[in-house]
Design a protein around this ligand. Structure first.
Ligand code: ZN
Length: 255
């Protein structure tokens, strides 16, 4: 099994590397925006104020199959380095999604639609799209943001010590097919359980369907007119959301 995430170009149907920003054949944009679903709380507000993100410890995640690697047949008991690091809490993960319009994720990660979703620009100049970030960050790792690949089978254990390579071990980036709807991307850091500076530009904030007006007002007062604001609404008679742009008049009138 290889880590080989692909995406079909929506314009010319060319099968592209999902890490690319544009289709090499026709130049059409591929994944240029990523979204983080969050609750409204002190941590999410601190990260907006400080332009930072909280690197979660993956063993706190809701899926006990995280970072799993398949043992060799009959081989001695072996655990990948990344699994050991992760068990020790040395790895931090910031999860994003390609899809801001998923009602399950709004329920799970945005406090049952009472939270919000942050839209980030993914470009070759920022942490989400840069492939030689080490020069700027003074780190050994070149790329931080990776799409998760969804598989039926557990990948073999990979022993890549990821600090020294341009790739993250496949075990950290593979999940069961059941999670496919999440279209997840992961920013993986060698430190977890802390806020790290994040240079990807916030382009929009999407308020959840049930997000109270006073909480919307708090976010507007933090970010002001530097980003666009939208609110999730129900599509009548369908199990679907749509997003409505919010005017300044509405925003300044939130309590
Ligand atoms: Zn194309």
């Amino acid at each position: 099994m290889k880590y080989n995430p692909t995406i079909e170009c929506s314009s010319c149907n060319n099968l592209c590397d999902r890490l690319e920003l544009a289709c090499p054949k026709c130049g059409n944009d591929l994944v240029t925006k990523l979204y983080h679903y969050c609750c409204f709380n002190e941590n999410s507000l601190a990260s907006l104020i400080r332009k930072s993100v909280w690197m979660s410890l993956p063993f706190e995640y809701n899926d006990p199959f995280e970072f799993l690697g398949k043992q060799n047949n009959g081989g001695e008991e072996k655990t990948s380095k990344i699994k050991i690091d992760y068990a020790k809490g040395k790895i931090g993960v910031y999860s994003l999604s390609e899809d801001p319009n998923n009602i399950i994720m709004w329920s799970h990660y945005s406090d049952r639609h009472k939270g919000f979703c942050i839209e980030y620009r993914r470009s070759k100049d920022n942490i989400l799209g840069c492939s030689n970030y080490s020069k700027r960050a003074g780190r050994k790792i070149n790329r931080f943001a990776w799409p998760v690949q969804y598989e039926k089978d557990v990948p073999p254990i990979s022993d890549l010590p990821f600090e020294y390579y341009d790739s993250i071990p496949i075990n950290a980036l593979t999940k069961a097919e059941y999670w496919k709807h999440e279209k997840e991307w992961r920013v993986i850091f060698p430190e977890g359980g802390e806020l790290i500076p994040f240079d990807a530009q916030v382009t929009s904030i999407m308020f959840g369907l049930r997000m109270p007006a006073r909480n919307r007002g708090t976010i507007y007062r933090i970010l002001g007119d530097t980003v666009a604001y939208q609110e999730a609404c129900m599509v009548p008679n369908e199990y679907r959301l749509y997003f409505r742009k919010l005017s300044r008049t509405i925003l300044i009138n939130y309590p």
